[in-house]
Design a protein around this ligand. Structure first.
Ligand SMILES: Nc1ncnc2c1ncn2[C@@H]1O[C@H](COP(=O)(O)OP(=O)(O)O)[C@@H](O)[C@H]1O
Ligand SMILES: [Mg+2]
Length: 403
């Protein structure tokens, strides 16, 4: 025990300030995002002037800087000397239902509502009268908006609020990692949310290298990481979709590996090794934060992969692929058992395409023979681990729901 604790106090030869390398750290200046920040601010200017502005929708893959940029804009808006403009930043991973979002917003601005326990109608009416008091404009940022379970209801309520409010209004900034999530939404929600949309493109390897260099200067000790290692980490992350978070994770993990070896500098070997770990870790995170029904589809695939499928011998080699149609059936019965209405098979096929794009599954079209043409699907990561992960998430969500 004492020996294990001794490690805690051993100086790292690699890290200077680990928190700078964390994905939660927001640097003072975000590189390559001036244009995006300016566009968000431009879109919100009418709202800040007290006019009811247009809603904004921001999307782009994970790690493209959406959260960092919007948080920076939120901070700037909070500093503005305009009393009638208020802003709430909501992380929908935490506040994942209409009720939770509305009580979070009310709690941000009306001290009495900071504690839980108010009914939804009470909260709604209070918010409206608070806005009307002096014609406020409330900007609501919904980060990772696609995780909200009853998003159509939430959007409907916010739209409805705008028509109930006599002076002032609510402007919504939706942020999503999920490029095509609007497919599953009510068309009315789509037209409300997508009044004004803004894409965050993935970073290329040069951009990632600059981001890493900038962070490394503060996060690592001098000479603990060299240019070759940074460039390699950047290139690997660029290949995986231009995700800055992945790039940071790779160098952090590589730093840990070097520390374990007791060396004073990261080499390209550690970077290569760390990249494998980081990719897998990120994949689990992505799965963990998928919207509910996509998670259930992945869950169905994981269960079927564990228990084996009778068609596995039909694929070449020993890898086990599962028939897409069977996964759909399994998904439907899982959804029903959780009292969630299953989505259509058309949407299911979209989910599958998206999961493949995110690298969570791989698929191929079978030739003729196996019940005509069909898609065969395989998980890219360990099914047992994925099953466990999703079960934890489902239990957590269903166990703590307030309304
Ligand atoms: N342009 C940038 N300059 C510096 N760091 C960045 C930039 N974009 C992203 N990062 C860093 O990458 C990580 C992930 O960014 P984040 O804003 O959370 O992305 P997203 O919300 O799009 O998934 C954070 O640690 C962030 O500081
Ligand atoms: Mg984000």
């Amino acid at each position: 025990m004492a020996e294990a604790f001794a490690d805690l106090f051993k100086d790292s030869k690699i890290f200077l300030d680990r928190k700078v390398l964390s994905p939660h750290y927001i640097p003072d200046h975000l590189l390559f995002r001036d244009k995006q920040i300016e566009e968000i601010e431009k879109a919100l200017t009418p709202s800040l002037r007290g006019e009811r502005g247009r809603n904004v929708f921001i999307f782009g893959k994970t790690g493209t800087g959406k959260t960092s940029c919007i948080k920076q804009v939120v901070e700037r808006i909070k500093q503005l000397p305009i009393v009638s403009a208020r802003i709430s930043y909501v992380n929908c991973r935490v506040y994942n239902s209409r009720y939770r979002v509305l009580s979070k917003i009310a709690g941000d601005h009306i001290p009495m509502y900071a504690k839980r326990g108010y009914g939804i109608i009470d909260i709604y009416e209070k918010l409206i009268s608070w806005i009307e008091e002096d014609g406020k404009v409330l900007v609501v940022v919904l980060d990772e908006i696609d995780i909200v379970k009853d998003l159509d209801d939430l959007v409907y309520t916010l739209t409805r609020a705008n028509s109930d409010i006599k002076s002032g209004g609510i402007t919504v900034v939706g942020v999503s990692n999920n490029v095509s999530f609007k497919e599953g939404l009510d068309p009315r929600s789509v037209s409300t949310l997508y009044e004004n949309d803004l894409v965050f493109p993935p970073y290329n390897s040069h951009e990632l290298a600059s981001i890493l260099k900038d962070r490394s200067e503060k996060g690592f000790k001098e000479n603990a990481i060299d240019e070759a290692s940074i460039n390699l980490a950047a290139a690997l992350a660029a290949r995986e979709g231009g995700d800055a978070r992945l790039a940071l994770k790779i160098v952090t993990k590589a730093g840990e590996l070097a520390d374990e070896k007791g060396t004073s500098a990261i080499t390209v070997d550690e970077i290569t090794y760390a990249a494998k770990f980081a990719e897998e870790e990120i994949a689990y995170e992505v799965i963990n934060t998928l919207p509910e029904h996509q998670k259930l589809v992945v869950y169905a695939i994981a269960l079927m992969s564990i228990h084996g499928s009778k068609y596995k011998k039909l694929s070449e080699g020993t890898e086990s692929y599962i028939l897409s149609g069977e996964i759909f059936n399994r998904y439907v019965s899982i959804a029903e058992s959780l009292h969630a209405e299953p989505k259509s098979s058309r949407l299911y096929r979209k989910y599958i395409a998206e999961l493949e794009m995110q690298g969570i599954i791989t698929s191929y079209e079978s030739g003729k023979g196996i019940r005509g043409h069909t898609k065969l699907i395989k998980l890219s990561y360990q099914p047992g681990k994925i099953k466990e992960l999703i079960e934890k998430g489902i239990l957590r969500d269903n166990g703590t729901e307030a309304h």
